[in-house]
Design a protein. Structure first.
Length: 319
């Protein structure tokens, strides 16, 4: 909440704002038709950190006023001020919520075109605890859509490259890596026995095809570990739902072995980087909303198909 400090009030006459205490009065001009609205918000603290950013910045530039305004939440010049602003915009405490996601443990299975873009989004948003799993090596063909790799990384294990990237750019991160192919429940069980509690699992792997979905969905659901998956084909992408026993009306059984009849979702060899990024960003948003506690913004029962050709988003309720 951002408002005038105790002992100060505001009112408006014509286009002028007056801020006053028992001993002093200050007049502000220049806000024109916004003056009445600003005066009310100075009194009741109903500023929206996103839509009112220009107004707040203008107020903070007035030396006689900036020391009269107090904020109980957002620190404007902090590294995370923009995401804090968004958190406050969706009516959550920006400080407590940011602390919450920084302490969350995220398991990421698959470090390809979807997984690496999700990882980058989560790192930039403040998440610092990761369990990464992949068995593959960086190839030259990865570089057109997997943003965390470079030519110098070709031929090296993806888990090693990502580990070095995180340590170099986010030294406060807590990272566990597993260079292994997940093709059985036993392997997932072995991994989970070696890691701390998992707040959320993200499945972006597509090898072995279909098997990876069967294994991960049944395992995480039975272990009561929230999870989400997603993937991209040439004409469409898909993600969700985010399965959580506390919120999901149905388990993953209804998800398996289903494809939309509206679009041809058959996997194909070609890949297009913007489509990978689009689905990755959607998944990252679901993950962040969930970990922040913004459950009303998470799809717990709808599978989302994105038609790249028709530019349509289709929700499919999984019964």
């Amino acid at each position: 909440m951002i408002r005038l400090k105790s002992g100060w009030k505001s009112y408006c006459i014509d286009d002028s704002i007056y801020i006053y205490s028992d001993t002093k009065k200050i007049k502000l001009n220049g806000f024109k038709d916004k003056s009445y609205e600003i005066s009310l918000k100075l009194n009741n603290g109903n500023f929206d950190i996103l839509t009112d950013k220009y107004i707040l910045d203008s107020l903070y530039r007035v030396d006689s006023i900036k020391n009269l305004i107090e904020s109980t939440s957002v620190v404007f010049d902090d590294e995370y001020s923009r995401i804090q602003g968004y958190i406050e915009h969706i009516n959550l405490d920006p400080i407590l919520s940011l602390q919450k996601i920084k302490k969350s443990y995220v398991l990421l299975l698959g470090l390809g075109g979807i997984g690496t873009n999700i990882l980058q989004n989560l790192l930039m948003s403040g998440i610092r605890r990761f369990i990464i799993i992949d068995f593959d090596f960086v190839e030259a063909s990865n570089l057109t859509r997997q943003s965390l790799y470079s030519y110098e990384d070709v031929g090296f294990l993806k888990t090693d490259v990502i580990s070095k990237y995180i340590k170099r750019n986010y030294p406060d991160a807590d990272l566990l890596k597993f260079n292994i192919k997940v093709d059985s429940i036993d392997i997932l069980e072995e991994i989970c026995n070696k890691v701390p509690i998992i707040d959320l699992a993200i499945v972006c792997a597509d090898n072995p095809p279909k098997t990876i979905q069967d294994i991960t969905m049944s395992f995480f659901w039975n272990k009561d570990i929230p999870f989400i998956n997603g993937g991209v084909m040439i004409q469409a992408g898909v993600f969700g739902p985010l399965f959580d026993r506390k919120f999901s009306k149905n388990g993953p059984e209804s998800y398996l072995n289903t494809l939309s009849s509206d679009i041809n979702f058959e996997p194909t060899f070609p890949c297009f980087s913007p489509f990978n990024s689009l689905i990755s960003n959607f998944i990252a948003a679901e993950v962040l909303h969930y970990l922040l506690g913004a459950y009303d913004k998470v799809e717990f029962d709808n599978q989302i198909f994105v038609d790249f050709v028709e530019r349509k988003i289709i929700k499919k309720y999984r019964e």
